[in-house]
Design a protein around this ligand. Structure first.
Ligand SMILES: [Fe+2]
Ligand SMILES: [Fe+2]
Length: 302
């Protein structure tokens, strides 16, 4: 483990990182409203996400679907991930706003946090507009998760907050990176993913730095506390990604679709694949470890 940075060393490192991220933001930021061709028609027969990354792929239920039904389900499953992503971005915007409340606005660090808040606002509008264009239901997390998150977004802070943010951002990023280059995916989805991937790379850099700074030298009691909070939040995020109502779009009972997905070894492997980069980082910085590891395993994140 690297020794913890303190005082001016820590401040100057933070300022350096934030300064670089602000420069990059000035060069590569996008307005999805003008950047994306919202009027272009969808392409008939093209999937909205790769079939092999869908939750039912490889199950008996999947075998019973026609190509057209698989395409339809891909639209709903991708839309669910996108709208649940929007839900999490709203949480993140509140977390960032609460975070900056305690910072010196003259610092590059605070200014970058505000820049990220602006990025997330544009992303949420982009996801909302895409869901409107695809004409899908309002997919969202379970009502209990919605209510528990009300408390989380009003109280969370420290490394578990940044860790949970990273789990949401990096698992989504893994999926979006393979989709933005894939010519067999709807062009609209590729455009949405491309903008998100470019801007999220900066958010990941910012949050990873905060996890590393804050975990270094942390005592056992606080470490266990943050490990548990991060594990529970990460489980809730990943478990919410697919609203079971998506399965009804192809005539599968939502409870039956969800049960088949959770028991599907292929989908469990997809979840681990989505999480493998971030969980390796969190293990390295000891935000994953100890008794709460069981929660990560139950979520098929490790
Ligand atoms: Fe975002
Ligand atoms: Fe982000």
């Amino acid at each position: 483990m690297t020794p913890p940075l303190t005082g001016t060393d820590l401040e100057s490192r933070r300022e350096h990182v934030a300064g670089r991220l602000l420069e990059s933001s000035a060069r590569h930021s996008f307005d999805p409203m003008t950047e994306i061709d919202w009027d272009a028609p969808l392409v008939d027969g093209l999937p909205f996400m790769p079939f092999e990354r869908m939750s039912l792929y490889g199950t008996e239920l999947w075998e019973g679907l026609s190509h057209a039904q698989r395409v339809e389900l891909s639209k709903h499953e991708f839309s669910s991930g996108m709208q649940v992503g929007l839900w999490f971005e709203l949480i993140l915007m509140q977390l960032l706003s609460r975070y900056v409340y305690d910072q010196d606005p003259r610092s590059r660090h605070a200014q970058y946090a505000l820049t990220e808040l602006g990025d997330e606002t544009r992303h949420s509008i982009m996801f909302a507009r895409a869901a409107e264009k695809l004409d899908v239901p309002h997919y969202k997390p379970h009502w209990l998760t919605h209510e528990v998150s009300r408390l989380a977004k009003a109280t969370m802070g420290g490394p578990s907050m940044w860790g949970a943010v990273l789990v949401a951002e990096e698992t989504t990023d893994r999926m979006q990176r393979i989709m933005m280059e894939d010519e067999n995916i709807q062009p609209l989805m590729r455009q949405v993913n491309r903008i998100h991937v470019i801007e999220e790379a900066r958010h990941v850099r910012f949050a990873r730095d905060e996890v590393a700074n804050r975990m270094a030298g942390m005592n056992l009691v606080m470490r266990e506390f943050h490990r548990h909070v991060c594990a529970v939040m990460s489980f809730m995020i990943i478990d919410s990604m697919i609203d079971p109502r998506v399965y009804a779009s192809v005539g599968i009972k939502p409870s039956e679709g969800r049960a088949a997905a959770l028991a599907n070894p292929h989908y469990q492997e997809t979840r681990r694949w989505m999480a493998e980069k971030i969980t390796a980082f969190l293990k390295e910085h000891r935000l994953i470890g100890g008794p709460s590891t069981v929660i990560w395993k139950r979520g098929h994140l490790i």
